[in-house]
Each structure stands twice: as structure tokens, then as C-alpha cells.
Design a protein around this ligand. Structure first.
Ligand SMILES: *[C@@H]1O[C@H](CO)[C@@H](O)[C@H](O)[C@H]1NC(C)=O
Ligand SMILES: *[C@@H]1O[C@H](CO)[C@@H](O)[C@H](O)[C@H]1NC(C)=O
Ligand SMILES: *[C@@H]1O[C@H](CO)[C@@H](O)[C@H](O)[C@H]1NC(C)=O
Length: 468
């Protein structure tokens, strides 16, 4: 599970229509990975277990019964990773730090020096190759020791994450100028704390979603803002870097005109949940979300809303707590109002809370990649997202921190479908910049190489490089 083929798959940036795409000269081209998905050495060299190291042991949790114990073996082969990044020609490499590799029990009381050295070596080698590092502090791999103490459900996580982040800034901030606090809080909550929408991820807590989801989201927002405050107060002036957050975004299309308000509410309750408090002018949850969860909570006979309120101080600290918005975009969703009695049959708690029936339009949103894949080709949705961000959030700088698709069975290394998918999205980004004046800094492809794709194990290959 660790050798790479020597041939890069084809990536071209001529749009399938034949149009050439002209990006601004300062547009950044990047590729991404995450620690769990590539590093391997999961239980060695002083690393403490993360929730994923525990989760993979659960029978049936990973479709091919594999683990991330070896993955791409990047712990040993990061120089090969950097060689392929250089060959592909990216200017920036987005990777994540494994919290429990630095802090085996999650807190700063015990530091794993081998882990500290590993990231120094990785960052130095990235820089030596003339590539800019962009570092994600949390890409879903909570130290198991902290999960045992409640993890994201424990308010202490804000302090734990603050201390861990502070250590990272202190260790690597002279060299790393692009930080991402959290990757995709919404996905982590949906898959890790609800697990009722087709996918279950670590920590695999199920059945508590109705309140746990919003408590986890609350702590994630506060953890983000804590790390950002620490960076700005103690490091930014000297280190001169920028700090942001990566959110997964689906554009939501109404089935008919009647469903337009619902589509907007859904967009607010999925993307706005995290985007509004950080980038919005009011700096709180979207009003539609607060009202909706309050309404449902009252109906359920609860005294308090399932959505924990942000205090005035928290709102103030969250507002503007990111220098850029990272967008991970893979697909869009259709939504319509439920018919009578239909909503109770929706399995996903978060979608029931939104109050809509979601689906992929089989004609409009083409499935792509492997059969039954969640990757749908609707690049126009990304442009809609970018325009929405421009209007709502004062044209805050956006970095596309993930976009890509898995292998299509039967295709060879020419990779026609992936080329089609990526260039289709690049075309929409290019139009968003040139025609809509959207402030997009760059594009990060997911991923530079095939890797451990969470619950899909090694069965979904997202790499520009094939790993065998
Ligand atoms: C990139 O260049 C454009 C002009 O082409 C400018 O408006 C923009 O601010 C630049 N962006 C960055 C991040 O330097
Ligand atoms: C994974 O293990 C289960 C038993 O736990 C077995 O039924 C299944 O066939 C295995 N799947 C693969 C792809 O090996
Ligand atoms: C973490 O940071 C807080 C302050 O934010 C401090 O009180 C605490 O002692 C630190 N250390 C640990 C191990 O949590």
C-alpha cells in the first residue's frame, strides 16, 4: 500500500469545450492531502492514537476492511510526495498536522519530539522545493485521549485546541504562513456525530445527533476563534501569516420557485452555520437557523434551544476571525418541500431539522466517478457559491481548498473524467473571477495522490497520482 507509479495522470487546463482558461498571474495552484489519509506510521514513532485509529477497528466501518496504518507511507516517503508535487508544478501544498503525533494524549503536557521533528523536516523539504506550505491544524483526527474525555462535546476542547494550535504556531510559524484551523466542521459533525446520512466517520457517535451536532458545532466555532485569537495576539505581527478555515459547501438548488426560500434556508443551515458567525456582518448564526432550531426545540417540549447560543463576547470574537475562507466543493443538492408525513421518514436529523427533501437531480447533476458516487458534476454550483460569498461576506478572499473526483472504473491513466471534472470547475472559477469579480486566491486539487479515503478505505482513488 505504499508504492507510487512513476507516471503522473494527465492534468490539463484547457476546458473540454476548447476554451482556454486565463487565470490571473497571481492565482495560486495547489494540491492537498491530510495526515490520516497519507502519513501511515499511525501507531509508531511516539504518535498517540487518534479517533480514526480506533474507528478503523470497528467491524464494517471501512468498506474494504483496511486501516490508515500505512496509507501512502508519507511519514517515510514525504520526499517522494514533494517530488510529484514539483513535477505537477503546484505552488502550494496543503497538508495537515496530526494532533496526536505532536501531542500523544492531546494536551501540551506531553510533547512527542519525533513528531515535532517530522513536521520540521516535511515543511523544510516543501520550502526547499520552492512550494508554499498551507497547514491544516485539524483534519478530523482528534487525539483518542481527548475523545475519551468527551472530545468535541467537552467545552474544554476549546482550550485543548488553543494550546495545540499555539504550539504549532510557535514551532512552525516562522516557516508556515498559511494556516487553516478546521477542515469541514459540517462533514465532521454529519458523519462523526450523526452518521445517519449514508456515511459514518470517527468518532462514530450515533443517536445523539439532535443536540450533539449543535454542541459540537458550537465548540468547533469557539475552538476556531480561540486559535485565531492566539495567532493574532501572539504570532501574527512577527510571523506575518494568515489564518482561515475550510468549509464544505454544497450549492442548493430549489426544485421549483416555491422552494426558493427553503433552498436558501438549507444553504444557511449547512454553510451559513459556520460561515455567518465568522464572515458575516452580524457575526452570529444565520437568523433562519436560530429561529428554526428554536421552533423545533419548543415543539419537542425543550426549555432551551438545541442550538447553543453564542454570547455577545463570543460573537465579537468570532466576527472576522479568519483572513480567508477555504471552500471545499464537490457537488450540489436539489431540495423541495416535503409532502405530508414525508419529513419524518428522512433519516438524516440535520436534514429533518432543515425541513426539506434533498436529492441529486439525475438529469441535471450528473454522477461521476464510480457507480453510486456522491461526486456530482455541477460546476455552476461552485460559481453560485462564490457569488453568494462575494455578496454576503464583503468579497472576503476565498481559497478553493478542495475539489476533485475519484477514478472512473475502466479509464486508463489518461483520466478523461477527472480532467473533465477539474477543468469544468476551473472554468467556473475563472468566470467567477473575471465576470463576477469574485476574490478567489487559488485552487487546490484533492488530491495529489490516491490515499485512505476515510470509510471508503482505498476504494475511492482521488489522486492525480496512482498509488498501488
Ligand atoms: C492579484 O492580482 C489582481 C490584479 O490582477 C489584484 O486585483 C489582486 O489583488 C491580486 N491578488 C493578490 C492576492 O495579490
Ligand atoms: C470485510 O469483513 C467482513 C467481516 O467482518 C466481511 O464480511 C467482508 O466481506 C469483508 N470485506 C472485504 C472487502 O474484504
Ligand atoms: C492550556 O491553555 C490554558 C489557557 O488557555 C491553560 O489554562 C492550561 O493550563 C493550558 N494547558 C493545558 C495542559 O491544558
Amino acid at each position: 500500500m505504499s508504492r507510487r507509479a512513476a507516471v503522473a495522470r494527465k492534468v490539463s487546463i484547457t476546458h473540454p469545450s476548447g476554451d482556454e482558461l486565463h487565470f490571473p498571474a497571481n492565482f495560486t495552484w495547489a494540491a492537498a492531502t491530510a495526515a490520516v489519509q497519507v502519513e501511515g506510521a499511525a501507531l509508531t514513532y511516539g504518535k498517540g492514537p487518534s479517533i480514526w485509529d480506533e474507528f478503523v477497528k470497528r467491524p464494517g466501518a471501512i468498506v474494504d476492511n483496511t486501516s490508515a496504518n500505512t496509507a501512502c507511507d508519507s511519514y517515510h516517503k514525504f520526499k517522494e510526495d514533494i517530488a510529484i508535487l514539483k513535477y505537477v508544478g503546484v505552488q502550494q501544498y496543503r497538508f495537515s498536522i496530526s494532533w496526536s503525533r505532536l501531542l500523544p494524549t492531546g494536551t501540551v503536557e506531553e510533547i512527542n519530539e519525533e513528531g515535532v521533528q517530522y513536521y520540521h523536516d516535511l515543511i523544510d523539504a516543501v520550502l526547499e522545493a520552492g512550494i508554499v506550505p498551507m497547514v491544516t491544524l485539524y483534519h478530523w483526527d482528534l487525539p483518542l485521549a481527548l475523545n475519551d474525555r468527551g472530545g468535541w462535546l467537552n467545552e474544554k476542547i476549546v482550550e485543548w485546541f488553543g494550546n495545540y494550535s499555539s504550539l504549532c504556531f510557535q514551532l512552525y510559524g516562522e516557516k508556515v504562513k498559511h494556516w487553516i484551523t478546521l477542515n469541514e466542521p459540517y462533514s465532521q459533525i454529519q458523519n462523526g456525530y450523526c452518521g445517519d446520512d449514508g456515511t459514518v466517520h470517527a468518532p462514530g457517535i450515533q443517536g445523539e445527533c439532535s443536540w450533539a451536532a449543535y454542541l459540537v458545532g458550537y465548540h468547533m466555532l469557539l475552538a476556531h476563534s480561540k486559535a485565531s485569537m492566539i495567532y493574532r495576539e501572539a504570532f501574527k505581527d512577527v510571523q506575518n501569516g494568515r489564518i482561515g478555515i475550510s468549509l464544505n459547501v454544497n450549492w442548493i438548488l430549489p426544485e421549483s420557485e416555491d422552494d426558493e426560500d427553503l433552498a436558501d434556508q438549507a444553504f444557511q443551515m449547512m454553510f451559513g452555520w459556520f460561515a455567518e458567525p465568522i464572515f458575516g456582518r452580524e457575526g452570529d448564526y444565520p437568523v433562519a437557523m436560530t429561529e428554526r432550531i428554536e421552533f423545533l426545540s419548543r415543539k419537542e417540549g425543550r426549555v432551551t434551544s438545541r442550538l447553543p447560543a453564542l454570547s455577545e463576547k463570543q460573537v465579537e470574537e468570532l466576527t472576522g476571525s479568519a483572513d480567508f475562507l477555504g471552500i471545499n466543493y464537490y457537488n450540489s443538492l436539489m431540495v423541495r418541500k416535503p409532502r405530508k408525513g414525508e419529513l419524518t421518514k428522512v433519516r438524516s436529523q440535520l436534514k429533518r431539522d432543515i425541513g426539506g427533501i434533498f436529492y441529486y437531480d439525475p438529469t441535471g447533476l450528473s454522477g461521476i466517478g464510480k457507480p453510486g458516487s456522491w461526486i456530482k458534476y455541477y460546476p455552476e454550483g461552485l460559481r453560485e457559491v462564490l457569488r453568494n460569498v462575494r455578496d454576503r461576506f464583503g468579497n472576503v478572499p476565498v481559497m478553493i481548498t478542495e475539489n476533485g473526483c475519484m477514478d472512473t472504473p475502466g479509464e486508463d491513466a489518461e483520466d478523461e473524467t477527472r480532467v473533465f471534472y477539474i477543468t469544468g470547475h476551473l472554468a467556473e472559477i475563472c468566470r467567477a473571477i473575471q465576470e463576477d469579480g469574485c476574490n478567489v486566491l487559488g485552487y487546490t486539487v484533492w488530491s495529489i495522490m490516491d490515499n485512505f479515503e476515510w470509510a471508503d478505505g482505498y476504494t475511492s482513488r482521488f489522486g492525480l497520482y496512482y498509488v498501488s
